[in-house]
Write a protein that binds this ligand. Structure first.
Ligand code: NAP
Length: 290
C-alpha cells in the first residue's frame, strides 16, 4: 500500500487566521464553493494571538496549508513577514491573502481592492470610473483598498473626505497627487461632477448613525456604492435610489475578494451567485476561541 503522506494526497487545505476569527464569513463562502464545484477541500478558522502570528504563519505550509486569508489584527504583520509582496498589497499597506510555495515561501496579496472593483463591474456594468472624479468618504483601513482600486480603474482624481481631517491628508500624501483631501463639512458639494461616490466609513451600519450626505449636486450618471453591507441597503443607498442614481451594495466586495484565494489554493474560479449572497447573509455559528 502506498503511503498517502509520501505522495501528499491530503485534501487541499487553507483557512482564515485572525484574533478573534469566529465572526469570519470566509469559511461559509468557501464551503459554498466546495459544494458547488464538487471539490474535496478544507478551509479552517484559525484563532491565532498576535504574538503567535509569525511562528504560526511559518508553520502552516509544513502542516499542508496552501495558503490562508488573514484578518484583523494580522493584516499588517502578514505584509511584514512575507518573502514577496504584490504591488496591490504594497500600495494598500496590508495583506489579506497569503500563498505558500512548495518551499514554504510566503507571498502576500491584498484582494480587497479587486473585490471592490469586481463588485462594481458586476453590479453596474455601465459604470465608467474614468468619466469623472470619485468621492470617497472615510480614511480607515478599507478606504486604502478602495482608493487603490479606483486609481487602478482609471478615476482621474479622488476627493477624500474624512471626519478626522489629518487622516485624509495622510492618505492623500501616501497615494499622491490624484487624491485630494476635502473637508468633511464640504462632502455634499464634493458630489458635484462625481462619477463614483463611495462610503467606506462605518456609518450606516446597523446600530450606527446614518452617513449624512446630500446628493442634490451629484450628477444623474453617478454610481453610489457603500462597502457597509449590514443592512444591504444602507440609508445612503436608499437615498441614492430615491434620487434615481445607480447603486451597488457592499456584499459583493466581500464575496469577490475571496475568489483569488480560492483560485490559487483549489484551482477553480468560483462565481458570486444569488445563492452565495443568501448564504453569506446567514449568521455564522460562533465558536469559543479558548
Ligand atoms: P476603520 O479603519 O475603523 O475606519 C473607520 C472609518 O469610519 C474612519 O474613516 C472613521 O473616521 C469613520 N467613522 C467612524 N465613525 C464615524 C462617525 N461617527 N462619523 C464620521 N466618520 C466615522 O474601519 P474599516 O476597516 O476601514 O471599515 C469600515 C467599514 O467598512 C466597516 O463598516 C466594515 O465592516 C466595512 N468593510 C466592508 C468590507 C466589504 O468587503 N464589504 C471590507 C472592509 C470593511 P475617523 O478617522 O474620523 O475616525
Amino acid at each position: 500500500m502506498s503511503d498517502p503522506e509520501s505522495t501528499d494526497q491530503r485534501p487541499p487545505l487553507a483557512g482564515v487566521v485572525g484574533w478573534p476569527v469566529a465572526h469570519s464569513k470566509s469559511p461559509l463562502i468557501f464551503a459554498h464553493w466546495f459544494a458547488e464545484a464538487g471539490i474535496v477541500g478544507s478551509y479552517q478558522r484559525l484563532a491565532v494571538r498576535p504574538e503567535e502570528f509569525g511562528p504560526a504563519l511559518r508553520a502552516l505550509p509544513k502542516a499542508g496549508f496552501r495558503g490562508v486569508n488573514v484578518t484583523i489584527p494580522h493584516k499588517l504583520a502578514a505584509l511584514e513577514l512575507a518573502d514577496e509582496v504584490s504591488a496591490a498589497a504594497r500600495a494598500i499597506g496590508a495583506a489579506n491573502t497569503i500563498c505558500f510555495d512548495g518551499d514554504g515561501r510566503i507571498f502576500a496579496e491584498n484582494t480587497d481592492g479587486y473585490g471592490f472593483t469586481e463588485n462594481l463591474r458586476e453590479g453596474a456594468p455601465a459604470w465608467n470610473p474614468s468619466a469623472g472624479p470619485a468621492l470617497v468618504l472615510g480614511a480607515g483601513g478599507a478606504a486604502r483598498a478602495v482608493i487603490h482600486a479606483l486609481l487602478e480603474a482609471g478615476a482621474p482624481t479622488i476627493r477624500l473626505a474624512n471626519r478626522t481631517g489629518h487622516k485624509a491628508d495622510a492618505l492623500a500624501a501616501h497615494f499622491g497627487r490624484r487624491v485630494e483631501p476635502v473637508d468633511w463639512a464640504a462632502r455634499g458639494a464634493a458630489t458635484g461632477g462625481a462619477a463614483t461616490i463611495v462610503n467606506t466609513t462605518s456609518l450606516g451600519m446597523t446600530g450606527k448613525p446614518p452617513l449624512e450626505l446630500p446628493l442634490d449636486d451629484a450628477p444623474a450618471t453617478a454610481l453610489v456604492t457603500d462597502i457597509v453591507y449590514v443592512p444591504l441597503e444602507t440609508p445612503l443607498l436608499a437615498a441614492a435610489r430615491v434620487r434615481g442614481l445607480a447603486t451597488v451594495d457592499g456584499l459583493g466586495m466581500l464575496l469577490h475578494q475571496a475568489r483569488p484565494g480560492f483560485r490559487a489554493w483549489f484551482g477553480a474560479d468560483p462565481a458570486v451567485t444569488p445563492a452565495l449572497r443568501r448564504a453569506a447573509l446567514e449568521e455564522p455559528v460562533l465558536e469559543r476561541r479558548s
